[in-house]
Design a protein around this ligand. Structure first.
Ligand code: TYM
Length: 321
């Protein structure tokens, strides 16, 4: 089974990215053929600063490696290092109905937030479909915000197969209920574009500041509280040891959960949880040679596979003459 997912290098990676995508992907390392990539073409839809994009790409790669991704047990590359994906994206664009893209929530949400849309933002799901289909992926683990994009990918693949004959594997999305939407410090979905993120690799002072700023209600300590709707608990429960999570859950239900104390505890828990990765990341970024070598090796592996699909597609659609 081939499992594939990508992440944008459009800002520092945060706990939503970690729980929604990076951790599930790492759990597949020994169970599947794993394809992980940094989607810098997608990030171009929102980042117009070349240095920021280039630096973000290297740092996202360092983050993944530091968190335990073993480049010898997966294919790990940067999207733009396999430019074949853009050829496939164009071909897919030509069979994608406008209405399919006009219905996409993430495009509509961005417009509603006042972001002036470029064509890349509109066509974003088609490039994502090309990413998934070029590598004939079976399973795509993502957070809930990407659910519709996977559905669009399936629609495009089905239409292509129907029009030109069987070509693409029809992929399935995988969204675990447990981590579908991790809230940010303000309770909305944690997102780089909402400015409510807790980044994975902050220094201790910044980490404390962010965690202490998580919004909570004003229920007195001794009163019962709802853990399901509490942002703090919804982050806490993924990192604290299981027995402690059960104990704190009970305190919420029965009364006795003190938000301030729990926040301080969470700072310590997060600091320790990412300690080894933080050290590894600093080492990796001190000498980028290794990261660059790994990414070059990954691009070559990805390209060999992608080229085969693309050649078949060219024959199917008639651009090979
Ligand atoms: P990106 O970089 O916006 O997000 C990367 C992954 O993190 C998940 N995620 C979350 N999960 C739970 N709670 C949150 N608050 C949260 N915030 C982010 C996202 O759902 C995503 O899985 N379009 C993709 C990138 C992409 C891609 C692909 C993914 C491009 N091509 C092909 C899979 C297959 C994206 O949203 O990236």
């Amino acid at each position: 089974m081939r499992v594939l997912s990508g992440i944008q290098p459009s800002g520092s990676l945060h706990l939503g990215n970690y729980l929604g995508m990076m951790k599930p992907m790492l759990s597949y390392m020994d169970r599947a053929e794993l394809f992980v990539f940094i989607v810098n073409f997608h990030a171009l839809t929102s980042v117009a600063e070349p240095d920021k994009l280039a630096r973000g790409t290297l740092e996202a790669a360092a983050d993944f490696l530091a968190l335990g991704l073993d480049p010898n047990r997966c294919v790990f590359w940067v999207q733009s290092d396999v430019p074949e994906v853009t050829e496939l994206a164009w071909i897919l664009t030509c069979i994608t109905p406008m209405g399919l893209l006009e219905r996409c929530h993430s495009y509509k949400d961005k417009i509603a937030k006042g972001i002036s849309p470029n064509h890349g933002l509109f066509a974003y799901p088609v490039l994502m479909a090309a990413d998934i289909l070029l590598y004939q992926s079976n399973l795509v683990p993502v957070g809930k915000d990407q659910k519709q994009h996977i559905e669009v990918t399936r629609d495009i693949a089905l239409k292509f197969n129907y029009t030109y004959g069987d070509t693409f594997v029809i992929p399935e999305g995988e969204i675990s209920d447990d981590i579908a939407t991790i809230p940010g410090v303000d309770g909305q979905k944690m997102s780089k574009s909402y400015g409510n993120t807790i980044e994975i690799f902050l220094d201790e002072k910044e980490l404390r500041k962010k965690v202490m700023s998580i919004t909570t209600d004003s229920t007195p300590v001794d009163q019962p509280k709802n853990p399901e709707t509490c942002n703090l608990f919804q982050i806490y429960r993924h990192f604290a040891p299981r027995s402690r999570v059960e104990e704190v859950h009970r305190l919420y239900i029965e009364g006795g959960a003190a938000y301030g104390t729990l926040k301080k505890e969470l700072v310590g828990i997060l600091w320790d949880y990412f300690k080894d990765s933080r050290e590894k990341r600093a080492e990796l970024l001190a000498d980028e040679t290794y990261i660059r070598k790994v990414l070059a090796m990954g691009a070559e592996k990805a390209r060999n596979i992608g080229e085969k699909t693309l050649e078949l597609v060219r024959q199917r659609v008639g651009t090979r003459y």
